[in-house]
Design a protein around this ligand. Structure first.
Ligand SMILES: Cc1cc2nc3c(=O)[nH]c(=O)nc-3n(C[C@H](O)[C@H](O)[C@H](O)COP(=O)(O)OP(=O)(O)OC[C@H]3O[C@@H](n4cnc5c(N)ncnc54)[C@H](O)[C@@H]3O)c2cc1C
Length: 484
């Protein structure tokens, strides 16, 4: 069943505990810091009903409509439909949003793939995993992701410092487990639920731990406190900062002050092997949507750079064309990895169509590690005017407007208003607080770079290059023995 934007807004208009800039937020749907991004999420729900976009955003099964973003992927066409739906959203809203649910639900599918592993370790919970996945398809919730704890002193185990530095269980009751700690989580304050799991990658020799837990956490549960970083939306004018004012996905330090998780929402518990399994496979689906967002970023950079050099007559210079070509190579590199990941996709243990992990994870490294250089190249192609141009007010005020008109009109095609708009857009895309926040988001929000490389290491097929060198160098078969 697909929901409307209004239904989503009604559902998050509850008594959840949200704080920002030292104040309690009474209504997250109307608070100026959250309203723009909440409206974007509501619009995505409405797009599934809008006759212009419902075909691309929803699908029909047994006479009912469901959201494409949460659909379980069984075929390449399912993935193409997801890609099209994300493209439709980005086009409609005119910017990039990442944490919107379709990009996080895949983490649950990874857990489903581990059903046999989870059953073998502790059979109590795999039914919960399956039910939650099907509930997400049926009920269309806004589902986010909670991985990262404050962690404290990384050189010490949690027991040797404030134990709340990592989320852990403090009590078991008939109703469920009671958990304590905190997580950093984008969009938590205006989402409905999250898949919470540990950050810890190395459990040493521990088989059981109160820190090994995976649960569905309700964002309005008693004891959940959303302490949010201040946002960009309220600090700027929409004319001068067209992206900051619409697409700031506010992040939360989500404090868990003895939160009861009912047993039916527990997905794994105590067994460190289950926690290790999920950390190793977490992004095998969700990286697809994450990387696709960076493709839109690349388009935003290319469009901005090209319009700028066209405005100023620089496009005809060969050196400028080469820089544009470099941006195009970056963009098509991401596109190629996403396309190949689906072309080479395989059936997963749960029967889903899993993007080829090597293509997807190397694509994620390509997209994330090259991004700062591509931002800088776009900045270079835009020239220094993006950071010296006066604000919109100067284009309006009677004393200054004629000068702005004179110096920002380039020719008949490019008049001052369009040049101002392009420069403001470029500044917000590349140079503003929001721009650097987005760059850090891409660096960390789906785990840090060393974890991206770890995923490549675990999924690349090393036997191909090894076999080639063994053959061409005439090495014995002994060298191919992994254990040697
Ligand atoms: C904008 C933004 C949004 C985010 N949104 C979310 C979210 O929605 N949900 C969520 O769960 N988290 C989110 N995060 C948190 C993010 O996942 C963490 O920032 C990330 O996992 C890194 O953890 P840390 O910040 O504690 O860095 P640290 O653990 O302090 O690591 C800092 C650096 O130390 C080095 N390092 C640390 N450990 C190792 C190691 N084992 N091997 C090699 N090098 C190492 C690396 O260079 C690493 O980048 C977000 C972060 C940002 C910036």
């Amino acid at each position: 069943m697909i929901r409307t934007g209004a239904e989503y807004l009604d559902n998050i208009r509850d008594d959840r505990e949200i704080y920002v800039d030292g104040e309690r937020v009474e209504d997250v749907t109307t608070h100026p810091m959250f309203k723009p991004i909440v409206d974007v999420r509501a619009r995505i729900y409405d797009m599934a009903h809008d006759p212009a976009t419902s075909n691309v955003m929803s699908y029909e099964e047994n006479g009912e409509q469901f959201a494409v973003g949460l659909k379980l992927p069984y075929t390449p066409e399912d993935w193409t439909a997801k890609r099209d739906a994300v493209n439709a959203v980005m086009w409609d809203i005119g910017g990039v949003v990442t944490r919107m649910g379709d990009e996080t639900i895949g983490e649950m599918w990874s857990l489903w793939d581990g059903k046999d592993v989870l059953n073998e370790i502790d059979p109590r919970f795999s039914e919960n995993v399956e039910r939650h996945i099907l509930d997400a398809v049926r009920n269309d919730p806004f589902h986010v992701s909670a991985n990262t704890d404050p962690k404290g002193d990384r050189s010490k185990p949690p027991q040797e410092q404030d134990p709340d530095m990592l989320v852990h269980v403090v009590k078991e009751t008939d109703a469920g487990i009671v958990i304590r700690g905190a997580k950093y989580e984008t969009a938590a304050a205006y989402a409905e639920q999250a898949f919470l799991k540990p950050t810890i990658a190395n459990w040493g020799n521990e088989k059981l731990s109160d820190y090994a837990l995976g649960v569905i956490l309700r964002m309005n549960a008693p004891g959940v406190k959303h302490i949010c970083r201040t946002g960009f939306a309220t600090r700027a004018s929409a004319e001068d900062y067209p992206l900051s004012t619409r697409f700031d996905e506010v992040d939360t330090l989500m404090v868990l002050d003895n939160v009861l998780i009912p047993w039916e929402d527990v997905l794994f518990y105590q067994h460190t092997r289950a926690a290790t399994f999920i950390r190793a496979t977490l992004h095998r689906y969700s990286a697809f949507a994450f990387v696709q967002r960076i493709l839109t970023y690349a388009d935003m950079m290319i469009g901005t750079a090209l319009f700028n050099v066209r405005q100023t007559g620089l496009e005809k210079q060969q050196a400028v064309q080469e820089k544009l070509a470099e941006l195009a190579c970056y963009r098509e590199g991401i596109n190629a990895h996403l396309t190949a990941a689906i072309a080479l996709a395989k059936k997963s243990p749960a029967g889903l169509l899993m993007p080829d992990p090597s293509m997807l994870y190397t694509g994620r490294v390509h997209a994330c590690t090259r991004l700062p250089a591509m931002v800088h190249l776009t900045r270079e192609l835009c020239g220094g005017q993006i950071c010296v141009t006066p604000n919109f007010a100067e284009f309006e005020a009677s004393e200054t407007a004629p000068w702005m008109e004179k110096f920002y009109t380039i020719n008949e095609r490019w008049v001052a208003d369009d040049r101002r708009k392009l420069l403001a857009y470029a500044r917000d895309l590349l140079n503003s607080d929001y721009a650097s926040h987005r760059l850090t988001f891409q660096l960390f929000a789906q785990s840090p770079p060393f974890a991206h490389l770890g995923a490549v290491y675990r999924n690349f097929d090393w036997s191909g290059p090894l076999g080639f060198v063994q053959n061409s160098a005439g090495l014995s078969d002994r060298v191919m023995d992994d254990e040697a």
